[in-house]
Design a protein around this ligand. Structure first.
Ligand code: THU
Length: 139
């Protein structure tokens, strides 16, 4: 992945984060998912007064993409941090989001997290979810 594409994805995630609906945790997250055709789907976390009904930013982005017919993903950027906090934390995708990503993406999916386009870390989905349970187990 080129640096320019990484920066574009991080900026899209930061912009998506502005839409976060997180009145309970005040932890705002934005995600941007790069599809094989070059399109980018973004998402934010959407919380609920009944806490377990909340949805993470990553899953919002994946579900938006899949519901528009996109299932081939190359990279995901996740940017999260406490509202009005001085610096974003390295927001690692939660276990449920890793599992949802693994449904569609290969182990070499790039996952980027950090505080800005100048301060980020890069992983693969395989590093974040090794030995995953997947459709191959059901055959
Ligand atoms: N959250 C995400 O959106 N993505 C993550 O990777 C971690 C957590 C959300 C869920 C909840 O709305 C808030 O952050 C605090 O857990």
């Amino acid at each position: 992945m080129g640096k320019e594409q990484i920066v574009q994805l991080i900026e899209a995630a930061l912009q998506a984060r502005e839409k976060a609906y997180a009145p309970y945790s005040r932890f705002q997250v934005g995600a941007a998912l790069l599809c094989a055709d070059g399109s980018i789907y973004t998402g934010c976390n959407v919380e609920n007064a009944s806490y377990p009904a909340s949805n993470c930013a990553e899953r919002t982005a994946v579900f938006k993409a899949v519901s528009e017919g996109k299932k081939d993903f190359l990279a995901l950027a996740v940017m999260g941090g406490v509202q009005d906090g001085k610096r974003l934390s390295d927001c690692m995708p939660c276990g449920i989001c890793r599992q949802v990503l693994a449904e569609f993406a290969a182990e070499d999916l790039t996952v980027i997290t950090g505080a800005s386009a100048k301060d980020y870390r890069q992983y693969t989905l395989g590093e974040l979810l090794p030995h995953s349970f997947s459709k191959k187990n059901l055959q």
